[in-house]
Design a protein. Structure first.
Length: 296
């Protein structure tokens, strides 16, 4: 048998391997938090959008929640201001909030366009639309950091309506408080809150790391799967720090809020989303509910 035929058969094998996953997740909701380097690189951006579009076309109900931090910082610099952060959170005065909303809306419509180009209907919204994300002012260790919002309530009706009409929702993380003031929201927090509110089967974080390590300096300590309780123990024992700490807290919060499985994936790898969902071994870290511990 020639190598060309072997290649064709290998492709067929991949498709057959994906079949049980396609059956299992048909009509299930998956929330994809999209940010980091995968947004900055045009080729990676196209790959992510292709992945999400394919998920839609094989029967998933995907929702994209996107960030835009690097782009916001670029525009803040462009107008001669200095980006400032406290404990990893952007200090957001009224001028910065105006820039952030402008940039996030621009990013949002670019993603909508990319999905539409692939023949799938998408709708871009922010947390302000339909009262999706209600917030209150968030403080960082007691410090006032401006218009940074902590989510207090999610009204998922607008998202359910879009999914029902066969649209792919793309959400920018901006919300309103009780006085209808606009706040910037951490995109991880927004994705986690939305996943819980819509009863998502899966929540996938596209990040700038390969997944979770027990010891970030020891590549052999990679964790491909753990339960929410095991994740809590890693946090309590001091193994998790930096930007991964709030992300892992969001993961366990999502699991305890009813999301079946949370994935931490390296968005810099082409088609990482498809590899994690549709192949036996996957490529990132999966956090699962405690009752799934014995599942192979």
């Amino acid at each position: 048998m020639n190598s060309e035929m072997n290649e064709v058969l290998a492709k067929a094998g991949v498709l057959i391997e994906a079949l049980p996953y396609i059956q299992k997740f048909n009509r299930k909701i998956i929330v994809v938090k999209y940010g980091g380097s995968a947004m900055a690189d045009e080729e990676l951006q196209k790959n992510v959008i292709k992945d999400v579009t394919l998920l839609k076309l094989v029967g998933f109900k995907p929702i994209i929640v996107h960030g835009g931090g690097k782009e916001i910082s670029r525009w803040v610099n462009k107008v001669g201001m200095e980006p400032r952060f406290v404990n990893g959170l952007r200090v957001t005065d009224s001028d910065t909030m105006e820039i952030a909303e402008m940039v996030l809306n621009k990013v949002n419509k670019r993603l909508v366009t990319m999905v539409e180009e692939l023949g799938v209907n998408a709708v871009g919204i922010s947390g302000k639309d339909g009262g999706l994300l209600k917030v209150q002012k968030k403080y960082s260790e007691g410090k006032d950091i401006g218009f940074v919002g902590e989510i207090t309530d999610v009204n998922p009706k607008i998202i359910h309506d879009m999914l029902e009409k066969d649209f792919l929702p793309i959400v920018a993380p901006i919300g309103l408080d009780d006085e209808y003031r606009t706040y910037n929201i951490n995109a991880d927090d927004a994705a986690c809150a939305i996943a819980k509110a819509v009863g998502a089967e899966k929540l996938a974080f596209l990040t700038d790391i390969e997944g979770l390590y027990k010891d970030i300096n020891d590549k052999s300590s990679f964790i491909s799967r753990l339960t929410a309780t095991e994740a809590d123990k890693l946090i309590a024992d001091g193994w998790i720090g930096g930007g991964m700490l709030p992300k892992l807290n969001n993961c366990t919060s999502a699991i305890r809020g009813g999301v079946n499985r949370v994935h931490i994936l390296d968005g810099r790898i082409a088609h990482t989303l498809l590899l994690e969902i549709f192949t036996k071994h996957g490529v990132g870290t999966a956090i699962v509910a405690d009752h799934e511990e014995m599942e192979q």
